[in-house]
Design a protein around this ligand. Sequence first.
Ligand SMILES: *Cc1c(COP(=O)(O)O)cnc(C)c1O
Length: 432
Amino acid sequence: MHDFHYKNGELLCEQVPLSRIVAKYGTPCYVYSNGTITDHFQKLDKALAPVDHTICYAVKANSNLAVLKTVATLGGGFDVVSKGEIERVVAAGGDHNKCIFAGVGKTAREIEFALRLGIYAFNAESEAELERINAIAKRLRKKAPISVRVNPNVDAKTHAKITTGTYENKFGIAFEQVKKIYAKAAKLSNLKIKGVQMHIGSQLTTTDPFEGAVKKLIPLVTDLIKRYKIEFFSIGGGLGIVYDPALESGAASWWKKKEAAKILTPQSYADRLIPLLKPLGIKILVEPGRFIAGNAGALITQVEYIKKTGKKNFVIVDAAMNDLIRPAFYEAHHDIVPVKRKGGSKISSDVVGPICESGDTFCKNRPLPRVKEGDTLALLSAGAYAFVMASNYNTRPMPAEVMVKGKQFTAVRERETPASLWAHEKIPSWLK
Ligand SMILES: *Cc1c(COP(=O)(O)O)cnc(C)c1O
């Protein structure tokens, strides 16, 4: 579900033709639909209504202040993984008391910052971290709210780089050791045990792994409620989105249709999990990132050259792997569509960026409309793990980010200037 659609042959985001955004802000640029973010948040919120819950948006997916402000306005909390992300939430007008702080490597400085400010809970990922949080809390004469991240050792059946819930991964505390860790935490006088957490991976497109992990944790959670009166159970994020719309379209093969029928929706997720969670009688947290922002964004890019080699039709565009690394990093699929709809036959194309790396390829051998120099293309589903992973490789300024709401649009981050890229650099006086 998203708000990018054609009208009279023109691709619009909500009610704004992308050509207008390109005319004003140039390419490459990211465009985000406020309406899609809102819709996805509210669909999940509604599906989870039968249980006391908070949606803690995973800031790392897309941390633009305007996105965070949107989530804050909807009443969301935040899943954060660094001091910087907490500061962003505050800068956007979000509530630091609704922040849960995850991550295996929280530094002493980050813990102290979060304790002084006040957050909802630290999701601790090791015994050493619990000891560190306790020591810092003691020094500050505070009680640190904590939960422990449990690694349930279930295979989320997703891409190797984004699976987190098996013992092959660095995340969480092994299921078998969790009770011992809670007993230890209970003895540390400056900790307050508040909850328990899990997060088994990202881009899960079926509910089965969630159900398996929750089922596995229920006896443990029940025990923790009895022993420590915990207030919440966070079931993590990981809700997947549809990157390949062939899965949604009626023209897909029967196999794809069968797959599409199984695809996770907020309702199918809630239908499977609520019967398990409701009897616990405690607050349920969810930490979606991709599900909220993924399909709310597109990367708009201009065709620079068409290069036909003997074998290939290369479409060389002005966006590159530094702007959107997902295809290079995760072999991710992004649907690519022209901003002005093209009729006619399609041609098998490789869409590539200008960077001198073979990985700088957005798609290979994909049937695409025959585009020409100067045309603009949209890479869809680029709202999550997209701009946030961009870099300045090749001294390429980061693209502008634009938000659309209805008929309105504005830059929510200006395109960087080359000079800003070396603003923190200096030439030593002894280099003559
Ligand atoms: C990354 C992350 C999330 C969000 O994952 P999505 O797949 O974007 O929903 C949630 N919780 C934790 C602890 C994470 O590390």
